[in-house]
Design a protein around this ligand. Sequence first.
Ligand code: ADP
Ligand code: MG
Length: 394
Amino acid sequence: MTALTAARDLFTDLTGSAPDGIWSAPGRVNLIGEHTDYNEGFVLPFAIQHRTYAAVGLRADDRIRVTSSFAHLTVDCALADLDRMFPVESQGADRDVPEWSAYVLGIAWALRALRPDAVTPGVDIAIASDVPVGAGLSSSAAIEGSVASALNDLWSLGLDPVTLAQVGRRAENEAVGAPTGIMDQMASMLGRPDAATFLDCRTLETRSVPTRFTAEHLELLVIDTQVTHAHSTGGYRERRASCELGAELLGIRSLRDADTSDLPRAAELMDDVTFRRVRHILTENQRVLDTVAALTEQGPRAIGDLLVASHASMRDDFEISVPELDLAVETALAHGAIGARMTGGGFGGAAIALIEHDAVASVSDAVAQAFADAGFTAPNIFTVHPSEGPRRDA
Ligand code: ADP
Ligand code: MG
């Protein structure tokens, strides 16, 4: 059964009738630009073909009911109740609904804050998805984008994609309590087939950058290591703190205000660990710009070395890789990948490898074999391609 059908069936189970419509939004993968988002720098993600579907119908009253194939549970409250449920004080605190439902209720809450009078009547929402959860492919942005698009249409709010991305971020930061940047929502909202989204995280300026993977007979392989490290949240906070300290020592508002020419000065001003954290951000920003230029001027075969350099920087300077990610990258490269790197926040999650279309089976087999030989859990390996943003499916 497809996720679209699952969402429709779930809605019918919930309400006994058909939804007014079904909307979907994609997950995303980050091609390059890691941990640069909260430093107001550059990222280059693209929306993928995996999507989350929201089947939604208007109600006769002012209640909001939410269910998901993810949890098989229905959460029900009045729209007005949202204002006393959110924002949550801190991660997980003061919220009496399950975390997954806060992604959905948080969208309605954030829209209500923007357009208090227009957010009515109540709605029933049923969610199903084929985006892998927690693999670094942003199932969170996909659920936010599908629900935001559905409610924007059904409540006739007329909000543009960038505003809906900001609504998604607000839901995630303030209703779920996850301190994330806006990259994921922008990548999902602005997705286009055969293109990545260059995003300036300071100005929110975006540019669609053609990837030409298919035309060049290339595939982007995702190697989900299935590793989730308990200290990933702490590690993320620590890295953010190091970046803030680095900026402070350089006397700038954020690391965006520096570039690689500031590295000699940075080396004088800070301890070795802070310096290496800063060096990752400054060189990674440059690599994003170089990747955009390479894609535009030379095509996707020219970005391999930048992907490899990005991985080395995350492994050695930012220290967010794990042995499984390093093995995935090294094995893919040893079997002919044009480039490979870990993607996402680190401490687990997925690696990506840019490979020839004809090499999908051989590289996948080699990585699976290397993981077996090392005694690691079998990875989940699949290809992704740049795909369109939110749409109405039914
Ligand atoms: P990622 O975005 O990398 O997949 P996150 O931790 O940011 O990981 O988001 C995953 C969380 O989003 C899940 O734990 C769940 O709370 C919520 N979520 C994602 N997809 C769904 C879904 N289909 N139904 C309900 N909740 C979902
Ligand atoms: Mg997420």
